[in-house]
Design a protein around this ligand. Structure first.
Ligand code: ACM
Ligand code: ZN
Length: 753
């Protein structure tokens, strides 16, 4: 009796163990059941399709690439050694569903109702294969039941800022397929280059696909080269890529930007602008003021373009852009003003809405739908338009409440042009800080929506803007491994509370990346840090993929294997620099992270904000302003708090009466990113937290002169409370990047001495 229980336990743990060790499938399937026994794949194994020859061929080709086994496809086999693709009417939530069975009766089977179901099952099957060439492969018996949660599982690529060759686009599509992503949003046009051949308007690519130089370094540096740069896809290229994607059950959603981000088109055909030009294809990134003029000839031009685009791309949705369209040209253009009058429009925002609605009517007349960035909500949403929410989730929430379909793509979690590791150790990026864990924590359904409204959330998408990405290797680096985290989010099986379990599976995928020659970020091995308030300073907590192995120094020297082993949060009570790295087998496995601390009377103290920072730039919350760490002005990542259209209004409680005579605060300007210095900074102090006296109001001019680093010296005061109010620049004025939109206010570290 006893023996029997032991044996059972042994089997149970063995199978359970196998599931844990070997099955590192991403996205995680809905359910996996391990069974006794194994199935051996060898050169005699036959692939037996039911109807799905295309999928069978894909499976055949993929097995050959991975293992070297060249299997035969045969439609009727009675021998046991086979992989069957069998049509099944199994009940599933969506057409993505499948069942994968590896049976001890010596066969494997994928059951599905649709071609995409088979394809998803094949992707799971391929992840079970070893990463080495072998002629005999033993697979554990199991049964997997699986289905997706979201129908829009998207990844975007901007090919305007930098052009990526056709062969890389195919690779990119394969990367999506591997993780069961099913939508490729191809950003084909923008100010810096028009990348799709349009037969009726050859100048779009003769002129619009080429620029006479590019920005080098970060936008903040404003330096350029003068190298002619460009490229485009012919219609033949596009047909080939669309067919390639179709075989992988990936829909390509093309984006033709309008009415803004149109400079490359206007350089080719200046007659469709307000001023008539001439124009040059954009060299600088950002938001440029020359946009399409909504006159009849322009609509004719755009409709002819869209007609060719719709002939090439069979997607249900056509992306028409709609974001970041300055209204300054429209304000002084007689055509635009006449249009506003004739159509009874209130202002230029309604003119933008008119523009989108007119294009929507045309696209609808061809049996398709439009999707646009969340600015298309402004001035009234076109009747059938879907919204891609990028400036946070608010646009998506508003659209879903109006019963419009939504794809969530907020900068906070879905912008893969943001940093994914310590900015100092990363290639130059747009800004922000969106690491794998942050992506994994995303929930495409905001809590503000009811169950009924949530049905309008089609899914989510990551965006890869390429201002700072000019090679395929760099694009891969930004995509991997964050794509894996997003794939599990949109497949619907992510569990942010168990991130560590995902991380383990993810690390096992690094071998796949190495095998496939994919350049990927190892930032998850990097030591990450968290700072918390502590007695007389802050506690600096360090983490890495493995908790033991972190070594650090506090004297500015490089850490090595003999440096201090990290055990618990490091108490920092004086100015010092901590450097840390993660070591394994005597070798550093990550780049060194470095953090300098500036400890003053405000460090680690209680701080309250009247307005909360925006979700994209507010990871650490109000404590960011008193954490002893100063944000790097050229890398406005996590050390900065960003307020969108709002003031900073902070009150620090020193905990007791202290004698002080100096207060400093940093603010940032990066106009291309719509970040503007505040209009003024007021400093007030109080003994009791009720009655405040004003110390000073720093003017806009002084803030500019001091390049945002404001230091206020004053006669000694005995106080407990300090209030700092930085007044947001407000609506951006005409002639400035982002004109008409709310300004960002970026602030950091309020030091009190
Ligand atoms: C966007 O990032 N401008 C949609
Ligand atoms: Zn105009």
């Amino acid at each position: 009796m006893k023996l029997r229980i032991l044996t059972l336990l042994f089997f149970f743990s063995m199978h359970y163990g196998m599931a844990q060790q070997n099955l590192n499938i991403i996205p995680k399937p809905e359910s996996i059941e391990m069974h006794k026994g194994s199935f051996t794949l060898n050169k005699e194994t036959v692939i037996q399709p039911n109807y799905n020859l295309v999928e069978a061929q894909y499976l055949q080709k993929s097995i050959k690439e991975l293992t070297g086994l060249d299997l035969k496809i045969q439609s009727a086999v009675n021998k046991p050694n086979r992989i069957v693709l069998a049509h099944s009417e199994i009940k599933r939530k969506s057409s993505d569903g499948y069942e994968l069975l590896i049976s001890n009766k010596k066969f494997a089977a994928i059951y599905a109702k649709t071609p995409e179901g088979f394809f998803n099952g094949i992707q799971t099957f391929l992840q079970l294969l070893p990463l080495e060439k072998k002629d005999k492969i033993s697979l554990p018996c199991l049964s997997i039941q699986d289905d997706s949660k979201f129908q829009w599982r998207g990844i975007h690529l901007d090919v305007s800022r930098h052009f990526f060759p056709k062969e890389f686009i195919k690779k990119y599509i394969d990367y999506l397929a591997m993780y069961k992503m099913n939508t490729f949003h191809w950003h084909l046009t923008d100010d810096q280059g028009w990348r799709i051949e349009i037969k009726k308007y050859p100048k779009l690519t003769q002129v619009g696909a080429w620029r006479n130089g590019s920005m080098i370094g970060h936008y903040t540096d404003q330096t350029f080269d003068d190298i002619r740069y460009g490229g485009f896809y012919t219609q033949e290229d596009i047909k080939e890529i669309v067919a390639y994607a179709k075989e992988r059950h990936i829909t390509i959603v093309p984006e033709i930007e309008m009415p803004g981000h149109a400079l490359a088109a206007l350089a080719s055909y200046p007659e469709f602008s307000c001023t008539g030009g001439p124009f040059e294809v954009g060299k600088t990134w950002g938001v440029l003021e020359d946009v399409f003029c909504p006159k009849d000839e322009t609509f004719m031009f755009l409709e002819n373009i869209l007609t060719e685009v719709m002939e090439l791309f069979p997607s249900e949705y056509i992306h028409i852009g709609g974001d970041e369209c300055p209204k300054v040209r429209w304000k002084s253009c007689p055509h635009c003003q006449k249009r506003i009058k004739d159509e009874n429009l209130k202002d230029e925002h309604e003119l933008q809405s008119y523009f989108i609605q007119r294009i929507e009517k045309f696209v609808n007349s061809k049996g398709r739908k439009i999707i646009g960035w969340d600015e298309i909500l402004e001035g009234g949403l076109a009747p059938n338009a879907a919204v891609m929410s990028w400036r946070g989730t608010e646009g998506g929430i508003a659209a879903a409440k109006q019963k419009h379909f939504v794809v969530m793509s907020p900068g906070s979690h879905c912008y893969f042009d943001h940093y994914q590791g310590e900015p100092k150790n990363e290639p130059i990026a747009f800004g922000g800080y969106t690491n794998v864990e942050k992506v994994y924590s995303f929930n495409p359904i905001p809590k503000e929506l009811s169950e009924e409204e949530s049905k309008y959330i089609l899914g989510a998408q990551a965006n890869l803007w390429t201002e700072y990405i000019n090679t395929p290797e760099h694009a891969e680096y930004m995509l991997f491994p964050r794509i894996a985290a997003l794939s599990e989010v949109v497949w619907g099986t992510s569990n942010p509370n168990n991130y560590k379990e995902f991380e383990k599976r993810l690390i096992s995928h690094f071998e796949i990346y190495d095998k496939k020659g994919i350049n990927f970020s190892k930032a998850i091995f990097e030591v990450t840090s968290k700072v918390q308030p502590a007695e007389n300073g802050v506690a600096f907590e360090l983490k890495s993929a493995n908790p033991i192995g972190i070594k650090y120094t506090t004297d500015g020297s490089e850490p090595n294997v003999n440096s201090i082993s990290y055990e618990k949060p490091i108490l920092v009570t004086k100015n010092q620099t901590i450097k840390a790295a993660y070591f394994e087998n005597g070798k550093a496995k990550s780049a060194t992270i470095e953090q300098s601390f500036f400890i003053t009377k405000s460090t680690g103290k209680k701080i309250e904000l009247v307005h909360q920072p925006h979700e994209n730039y507010g990871i650490g919350g109000s404590f960011t302003l008193v954490d002893g760490m100063k944000g790097n002005p050229s890398k406005f990542g996590r050390d900065w708090l960003g307020f969108w259209g709002k003031d900073l209004n902070a009150t620090i409680d020193l905990g007791k009466i202290e004698t002080i005579s100096k207060i400093s605060i940093n603010t940032l300007s990066s106009e291309g990113s719509w970040i503007y210095y505040p209009k003024s900074i007021s400093v007030l102090v109080s003994k009791d937290g009720k009655n405040y006296i004003s110390i000073t109001i720093v003017s806009s001019k002084e803030i500019q002169e001091k390049k945002g680093k404001v230091v206020v010296n004053f006669d000694k005061q005995n106080v407990q409370f300090i209030k700092v109010i930085a007044e947001n620049n407000g609506i951006i004025t005409d002639g400035k990047p982002g004109a008409g939109s709310k300004s960002w206010l970026f602030t950091d570290e309020i030091s009190v001495e």
